[in-house]
Write a protein that binds this ligand. Structure first.
Ligand SMILES: [Zn+2]
Length: 438
């Protein structure tokens, strides 16, 4: 069992001070389970592990009331991948002990966060599997596509609740192709004659990071996941395309981890799904953004990128056991060619969104979105609609409209691929037949 104590004992807090726990949140997921303790004051705690049987022990000092901890313990699901049981009790005067009984050996990391957004002080405990699970996609990705690409001239499936079999999340082992630091990276040649093209579909936000919220209480993280699942389902119906989700549950993934996942999954394209927000309820419409290397194309675009990049602060980034290699990845490479491809893809998707919604602006904007910084995967960020506009909030929750969004984005991707000649060998003479499902 591996423990990484993220500065738990280094807080400058008086020993006799009292900590009022406001909330404890559990975010179970196959990738990792997170426990987030939130308090009005900094949380002082010590984490250690015990084996036979495996358990994690968290001793928390100066806790005013253990009721919130007991309530959290009662909400533990039997389906949690790692935690079997949570026990809370007074260990000795001034110390509350939380014991996490484990289903299997784990790696545990913690982080202490200062107040940000609507959150007070937080202590995060992230529990990962000790050994990486096998990559469920490896057999698919390693072999040539056995099904030849063909143009299909039939409508997309009618709107349905997307409950397709879920592809489990990727392994947590270090298997990402780390690019040579000196390379001037060119975009991949999209050689779909020999394999299926992979689209990484990224549902924005998740878990501790709810994203924006609408006046009726809709969380951005929920509609992005619903739309992303539909987008995956629609993409998977297209010959020669296969989609993978960066998350398929309500848990947080750091922005850079999303791009690293896309690389690990050998993605050819990356689409991050979001919902826009503004103080003015009248603001409405769809937008598509691409990365910029040289600053934002407008003040609004810069603000949008800053806003989306705050996800890591809100969501809370810990250094996961498998992430030590991140320091050497991916950034500061020349991304010009990839950004140009992302721009073309953004134009194509914006053109299709124009068919189903008003556009917030009639053109693609660029800014420094962290989640789009893949050196060799053309990447876009889609602000599907304004969650702060009551009418658009209602539509974002509407399964029929979610399906329309998924279909429009897919048509845009197909349009981009056709124009970039990735599909030229199959589209010759049949180009009009690819624009399905309108
Ligand atoms: Zn967002």
């Amino acid at each position: 069992m591996t423990l990484s104590l993220g500065g738990l004992t280094s807080l400058p807090v008086r020993a006799d001070s009292t900590t009022h726990i406001r909330a404890v949140r559990l975010w179970p997921a196959a990738e990792y389970t997170r426990v987030s303790f939130e308090a009005a004051e900094p949380i002082r705690a010590t984490l250690f592990s015990v084996s036979d049987p495996d358990r994690l022990v968290l001793d928390m000092e100066g806790i005013a009331s253990i009721a919130p901890l007991e309530q959290m313990a009662a909400t533990l699901s039997a389906q949690d991948p790692y935690l079997r049981k949570i026990r809370v009790g007074h260990f000795k005067p001034g110390v509350v002990r939380v014991v996490f009984d484990l289903k299997s050996p784990v790696k545990a990391v913690t982080a202490v966060l200062d107040p940000v957004g609507n959150y007070g002080y937080r202590l995060l405990l992230d529990v990962y599997p000790e050994s990486a699970t096998p990559d469920p996609l490896a057999p698919v990705l390693g072999a040539p596509d056995p099904v030849p690409l063909q143009v299909r001239n039939e409508p997309l499936a009618p709107p349905t609740v997307a409950e397709k079999p879920v592809i489990p999340p990727p392994p947590t082992a270090v298997s990402a192709p780390v690019l040579a630091e000196t390379a001037d990276v060119a975009p991949k040649v999209l050689d779909s004659a020999h394999r299926t093209l992979i689209v990484a579909v990224d549902a924005g936000h998740g878990g501790e990071d709810p994203g924006a919220h609408g006046h009726a209480g809709t969380h951005e993280k929920d509609v992005t996941l619903a739309i992303a699942r539909r987008l995956k389902a629609v993409i998977d119906e297209q010959p020669g395309l296969h989609a993978v989700l960066t998350r398929d549950g309500d848990y947080f993934i750091p922005l850079q981890e999303r791009t690293v996942k896309a690389h690990r999954l050998h993605a050819d394209l990356f689409v991050s799904v979001h919902a826009d927000a503004y103080v003015d309820q009248e603001a409405r419409g769809s937008s598509v953004f691409a990365l910029s290397e040289k600053g934002a194309t407008s003040v609004a675009a810069r603000w949008m990128a800053q806003h989306e990049n705050e996800a890591d602060l809100i969501g809370g980034v810990t250094i996961a056991p498998h992430q030590a290699y991140l320091a050497q990845t991916l950034f500061d490479l020349s991304q010009t060619a990839t950004i140009n491809d992302g721009l073309k893809m953004a134009h194509a998707v914006l053109g299709e969104l124009d068919q189903i919604n008003v556009l917030h602006r009639g053109f693609v904007e660029q800014a420094g979105f962290a989640v789009l910084k893949s050196p060799d995967i053309p990447s876009i960020l889609v602000e599907t609609a304004f969650i702060t506009n009551p009418e658009e909030e209602r539509r974002l929750n509407d399964p029929v409209y979610q399906q329309k969004l998924a279909q429009a984005i897919t048509r845009g991707l197909q349009d981009y691929l056709r124009k970039s000649h990735a599909w030229s060998h199959v589209t010759t003479g049949h180009q009009d037949k690819l624009a399905v499902g309108r």
